[in-house]
Every structure is written in C-alpha cells, then in structure tokens.
Design a protein around this ligand. Sequence first.
Ligand SMILES: [Zn+2]
Length: 94
Amino acid sequence: MRSCLSASKNWRRRSESTKSSSGRRRQLVPDIEPDAEPITFAMQCAVCEQTGGRTEEQAGARSWATGHLKANPEHFTYRELITRPCRFEPGEWL
Ligand SMILES: [Zn+2]
C-alpha cells in the first residue's frame, strides 16, 4: 500500500486545477471516498496487445501475464494498466 499512497501524493502534486464559476478552484484528485469506484488492475502484453481481465487484485492481473507467457514463450514485455477513480474537489477561494 505504501507505494500506492506515495504514488497518490506525487500524482496530487501535479494534479489538474481549474477555476469554477463560483470563484473557487477545483482540483482533480484521486477519489478515496467510501463510495468511489475501486482501483482496478489489468496486464497487457506489449507484443500482441492482448489484455487480461480487469481485477481489483493486482496479483490476479499478474497471474494472467504468467499464463500468457506460458502460452506464448516469446512474449516477455507487458504493460500494467491501473485504473484509478478521480474526482474534482473544492479547493481554495479565489
Ligand atoms: Zn502476447
């Protein structure tokens, strides 16, 4: 979890900020509310572009890559696709 949190922190630092019509900045941040969509993981083969199923468990996504490598012994490179829910939240007054 630590790497996930620190990634969120870095992400927040360079997050988008926009001015709303109410005179208040709005900032796009990771959605960590209890009702937020879950973070999901999937692996994609960089050789043939085939993608495993999306799952909330990173290990589950990686096991697809292991199976794909067994079936395709020359497919060594993969992309980890992480879907993180985001939301605009009110920021400082202008
Ligand atoms: Zn492949």
